[in-house]
Design a protein around this ligand. Structure first.
Ligand code: EPU
Length: 350
């Protein structure tokens, strides 16, 4: 098929193996890649996207293909970063959805900016980061987002949504609840020059102390985060995975207290409003499942929250392991685990 619109690439029967970090086999009926988001109204007006609800993929680092998607897959591939304003203290940037997240973090550090250094080395794209409100080492991306640029296929319009419009919460946003409604085309960030680093997460302070750094810069914090992640989390370029497969469960204070008295070592964190967040990794680990393996699908031996593809696992194999983990934890602790990635081609709830 010839390219009907400049800057748009269309592939029929596209191989998605290289477009999901689990590295499982899946094919899409169509793959549509768009450099310039201002063309989206034109792209949605014609085949193969017209009248469909495409599956939007970023870096494919938060998706499990159990079956092939029925809808076309859409990727935004624009990679521009623009400075909106800079008063010498605060800098506002507008960043295209297709920019690779970690490359963006490094670029902000090169420019002397701070704010997202704790989120170094997270796989995926800038456009995908707000969907599940990525978070690590005491920082969530929502804290740095001013606004989102979106395209609404149903109306053919582009819009700017404020941070409040996005209903960000732990690993959650309006985009996760209503994935068909918006295509994220860009994100506006508000970063600082030389702001105070966030060292609240114990692991970071320990890592910096071990490195003999007592007045860390944003780059020092990023280096510490990169070192911790490399030690703990499997690299998707080496072994297929999608980071944490389960969300840390949020339960009532009463349930958390009962679990704590039976399991005094269970990590429990405040989650607002009489709620507590439990460590899913600890629950899975304590159920004896770290390193569990069923064929080529398994639980990472290094971190119990991460499912891994040891080579030739299918999406169905990984889903079977995920269900085994959730059932075992539920039987042992009475706590339900929910997947963090999008599961395509199967329902999680059976
Ligand atoms: N733990 C175990 N066994 C393990 C791993 C961890 O018992 O195999 C226990 C430890 O006690 C540890 C606690 O679990 O103190 C928490 O572990 P960790 O610090 O690794 O954090 P997490 O809650 O498991 C979350 C995010 C990660 C993020 C880290 C660091 C979620 C679902 N996951 O993991 O995000 O990097 O905190 O902030 O909130 C991701 O979303 O893909 C991701 C990797």
């Amino acid at each position: 098929m010839s390219d009907p619109i400049p800057g748009v690439r269309i592939t029929r029967d596209a191989d998605l193996r290289g477009l999901n970090t689990f590295g499982v086999d899946a094919r899409a009926p169509w793959l549509v890649e768009v450099d310039d988001a201002s063309r989206l109204a034109d792209v949605f007006a014609v085949a193969p996207l017209a009248g469909t609800t495409p599956l939007v993929l970023g870096g494919g680092s938060n998706v499990l293909f159990v079956d092939a998607p029925e809808a076309p897959v859409l990727r935004l591939t624009g990679t521009q970063i623009r400075v909106l304003d800079d008063d010498g203290d605060t800098v506002r940037l507008s960043v295209d959805a297709g920019v690779e997240w970690h490359a963006f973090v490094l670029r902000t550090l090169d420019d002397g900016l701070s704010g997202i250094e704790n989120l170094a080395l997270i796989p995926g794209t800038v456009g995908a980061a707000p969907i599940q409100n990525i978070g690590a080492y005491g920082v969530e991306v929502r804290e740095l987002i001013d606004a989102m640029h979106v395209f609404e296929p149903a109306t053919g319009r582009s819009a700017r949504m404020t941070n409040a419009d996005c209903a960000f919460a732990y690993r959650d946003s309006v985009f996760k609840h209503d994935p068909a409604r918006y295509v994220v085309t860009g994100v506006e960030f508000r970063l600082r020059r030389g702001g105070a680093p966030n060292l609240g997460y114990a692991g970071i302070a320990d890592e910096l102390a071990a490195r003999g750094i007592d007045a860390p810069t944003a780059r020092d914090v990023a280096d510490a985060v990169i070192a911790i992640r490399r030690r703990k989390l499997p690299d998707p370029a080496v072994i297929g995975n999608a980071g944490s497969f389960f969300k840390n469960p949020i339960v009532s204070a009463d349930i958390a207290d009962a679990l704590l008295s039976a399991n005094p070592r269970l990590p429990v964190f405040p989650a607002g409003d009489g709620l507590r967040k439990l460590s899913a990794a600890w629950l899975i680990d304590s159920a004896g499942l770290r390193g569990y393996r069923d064929g080529d699908a398994g639980v990472s031996p290094g971190h119990a929250l991460v499912l891994v593809n040891h080579g030739a696992a299918t999406g169905a194999d990984l889903l079977r392991v995920a269900r085994h983990v959730a059932t075992t934890v539920e039987e042992r602790f009475g706590v339900a685990l929910e997947p963090e990635p999008r599961v395509i081609g199967a329902r999680w709830a059976q």
